[in-house]
Structure formats: structure tokens, C-alpha cells
Ligand binder design. Structure first.
Ligand SMILES: [Ca+2]
Ligand SMILES: [Ca+2]
Ligand SMILES: [Ca+2]
Length: 408
């Protein structure tokens, strides 16, 4: 590179030719050697590392010792890196990336681990073929060489093997039926809606993380982990709301039936002596054992169940109160009424009728939309849906003792 910027003129010979053909050589020799010179041949751009170095396309002719030279000025330096490029042969160019050829140099000799297709265990071939159609660079595919339907042996498929589900009581996690909260004096402790499961001797045990809240303010008391402005029997319509009904359980009907009551108020409600009935002959008076009481905490829930047996309920610890067969309170699968009467006052009623379009699905509860938790709103079938998510052992759908999920 010549920083001086002076370059020999390609057309210099023209000047000489004119001088030789002239009758008056001295005169011509005295002429400006740049007279008929045009500087339009700058040196080609170069690379100085990652910097492109170029000069003006048009230069100026200057005379140096009687010789015409072209001056293309100071070099212009452009960093190619600033443009995200490389400098090559005096130009900033895109970095060359080798095009990806799908499956090029791919060998398929890593046999996948056995897996489950639903309840069918699958074993794969030791070698496979690369499928170039799988983005981004092709992927190996292995043929299934053996299958085993776990259903045939009454087992379930896990990680490609047929196993007894009883050996895996924590899979899926059954810990989504949280217990009621607790109180230490006026200090409430709530528990997480979902717990962690520990399996021992084929039995799951659930631990729900506790969260201790600030002590209840003056004038309030703690019941089942919630602060209440008082403790009283339901006295008026709407003090409690029937918000979930398991009329048609997957397990034994009627043994697996249960229903949930929500307390939308600020007073803890005592259910003792209230009557659970329908418009027919079914009637059960809530009568907890000696020393026991059934309380619905403010903003909380209770589950009243036909059975206290986990096998009937699809979850352990589901029932806050077991009404059993006394009084014959059952929930018909197609159409029935659930009526709660306390002190002679009807607190809430729901009359469902699948024949009139009320949603129903075997093994799923009728779940009130959380946007409709009032004794009036729950009269309409549109306020309800089939519970969308499985609970407990996951054979049934519902949300016992916790807020209902939104209806889909
Ligand atoms: Ca039933
Ligand atoms: Ca109602
Ligand atoms: Ca619920």
C-alpha cells in the first residue's frame, strides 16, 4: 500500500506520443503532462486484516518532476466486522457457512431406551436410519422390534416396562386433596393445594407445605387456618354454597359419592344439625361424633362424603364428614336435588338434570364455575361444568376441598 496516494498514470505514454509527433518538441515538452490525463483507475481495494481499504474512484493528476501521477487521496477504511462480515480480496463478504446437509455423516447406532406408547411397552432396533425430513438436520428413527401390552397382565407401562401400579403409589402424584388448615391460638396456618408424595411399602403419604399467616386481627378468631369474624350456624340462604357434586363416581355408586360446600362469607359456619336432603325421601342430619364438629372456614371448603374409604373416594383423606347410609341420602346420576337446610332455613339448593342439559361424565364431579359461587348463580346449568382435572389416584376428576378450577 502506498499512503502517498500517488500512482503512475496508465495513460502517461499518450503524453509522450504527442510530444514525439510534434513539430515543436520544446513547446510540447513544456506542456502540462496532466493535460490529457484522466485518473479513473484507482488501485484495487485491499484488506488490512478485517478492514477494507479503498480509495476514491476518481483521482487528481499531479505532476512530479515532469511526470504525471494520479493522486487518489487518503485511503478510506471500513471495518468489515462492524458490518458482521469478513474482509476477503478487498471486499466485505458474508461469513461463509457450510450448508447443512441433513443426515450427512449421521450414523444411527444408539438404540433408544424402551418406552411406553399408552399402556404398551416398546423395544427398539439396535440400529436405525436417519430421516432427513426431520428438522433441523435430520434425526435417527428406530423401528419397534417388540411390543408388550401391559393391559394383558393387569399392569401399567412405565419407562418401557410393565409394572404393578401399586408399586408406584406416588406416580402420578396423588397429593392434591389438601387437608384443612390449622390454628395455633389466633395464628392461622394454611397448607399448599398440592403436596409432595413419599412412597413406603406401596403406600403414599402426602406432605402439604404449611404457610403460617399473621395472627388474626382483634375481634377475629382462627378456624381451620382462616380468620373469621365469628362462628355460627348458617342462618340465611347463601351463607354456604353447594359448589361441587360427585354424583356418578368411577368407583362404586353410591359409596364414592361426595359433595363440596364453599363458604363465601367471613363467618366460620358450623354444620352440626344441618340437614342434607333432596325433594324426595332422602334426608340426613349432620351429626358428628362426640367432641367433633364440622366447620366450613371463611373462604374455605368442606367435603361431605358417603364413605371415608380412599378406595371409594379416589383419594385418601377426602371426607371432612361421612354421612354414610343414614337417611338414605344418595345422589342420583341423572337428576336429583341437593338441598342444605339449617335451623329450618334452606341455605342452598341445586337441582341438576342431565336430561335438561346439565353436564355429566362418569367419574367426574359437577363443578361450579368459581365465577358463580353464590346460592343463586348455582341454580343455572350454565354455571356448571364437568370437572376438568383428575385428582388423587387420578381415576376421577374433581377438586375436593380446594377451589374449583375455571370451567373450560
Ligand atoms: Ca350416584
Ligand atoms: Ca342454589
Ligand atoms: Ca372443589
Amino acid at each position: 500500500m502506498r499512503d502517498a496516494g500517488l500512482w503512475a498514470v496508465v495513460a502517461l505514454s499518450l503524453t509522450v506520443a504527442v510530444a514525439a509527433g510534434s513539430a515543436c518538441a520544446d513547446e510540447v515538452a513544456a506542456e502540462d503532462p496532466c493535460r490529457s490525463v484522466t485518473c479513473i483507475n484507482p488501485p484495487p481495494p485491499e484488506c488490512d486484516g478485517d478492514v477494507k481499504v479503498s480509495r476514491s474512484a476518481i483521482g487528481q493528476c499531479v505532476e512530479v518532476d515532469g511526470v504525471a501521477l494520479c493522486d487518489y487521496g487518503q485511503p478510506v477504511r471500513q471495518s468489515c466486522v462492524d458490518l458482521g462480515k469478513l474482509c476477503q480480496d478487498g471486499q466485505c463478504v458474508e461469513e461463509e457457512v457450510d450448508p447443512v446437509v441433513p443426515c450427512e455423516n449421521v450414523t444411527c447406532t444408539t438404540r433408544p431406551a424402551p418406552d411406553c406408547d399408552g399402556n404398551v411397552a416398546r423395544i427398539f432396533a439396535a440400529s436405525g436410519t436417519c430421516n432427513p425430513a426431520i428438522p433441523p438436520a435430520g434425526a435417527c428413527e428406530y423401528a419397534v422390534t417388540d411390543t408388550l401390552d401391559c393391559e394383558l397382565s393387569g399392569k401399567s407401562c412405565r419407562a418401557g416396562a410393565c409394572v404393578d401400579p401399586a408399586d408406584f403409589p406416588c406416580d402420578p402424584n396423588p397429593c392434591d386433596v389438601p387437608p384443612q388448615g390449622t390454628c395455633a391460638g389466633s395464628v392461622p396456618t394454611e397448607v399448599a393445594a398440592t403436596g409432595t408424595c413419599t412412597a413406603q411399602d406401596r403406600t403414599a403419604s402426602c406432605a402439604y407445605a404449611p404457610t403460617t399467616r399473621a395472627a388474626c386481627p382483634a375481634g377475629q378468631s382462627c378456624y381451620l387456618g382462616r380468620c373469621a369474624t365469628g362462628l355460627a350456624a348458617p342462618a340465611a340462604a347463601g351463607d354456604l354454597v353447594i359448589d361441587e357434586i360427585m354424583a356418578n363416581p368411577a368407583a362404586a355408586d353410591d359409596a364414592g359419592e361426595w359433595l363440596e360446600l364453599a363458604n363465601p362469607g367471613t363467618v366460620a359456619r358450623v354444620l352440626d344439625g344441618c340437614v342434607l336432603k333432596d325433594d324426595g325421601a332422602d334426608s340426613h342430619t349432620i351429626t358428628p361424633g362426640a367432641g367433633a364438629t364440622v366447620i366450613v372456614p371463611p373462604g374455605g371448603f368442606v367435603v361431605l362424603a358417603r364413605s371415608g374409604d380412599a378406595a371409594d373416594n379416589g383419594a385418601g383423606g377426602l371426607a371432612d364428614y361421612v354421612y354414610g347410609a343414614d337417611g338414605g341420602f344418595t345422589l342420583a346420576n341423572a337428576a336429583d336435588e341437593v338441598v342444605l337446610v339449617c335451623g329450618g332455613v334452606e341455605i342452598d339448593r341445586v337441582a341438576y338434570d342431565t336430561g335438561a342439559g346439565w353436564p355429566a361424565e362418569t367419574g367426574a364431579s359437577l363443578s361450579l364455575s368459581p365465577a358463580n359461587t353464590t346460592a343463586v348463580a348455582n341454580d343455572a346449568r350454565a354455571a356448571w361444568c364437568v370437572a376438568p382435572a383428575a385428582y388423587g389416584t387420578k381415576v376421577q376428576k374433581g377438586s375436593p376441598r380446594r377451589a374449583n378450577p375455571a370451567c373450560p
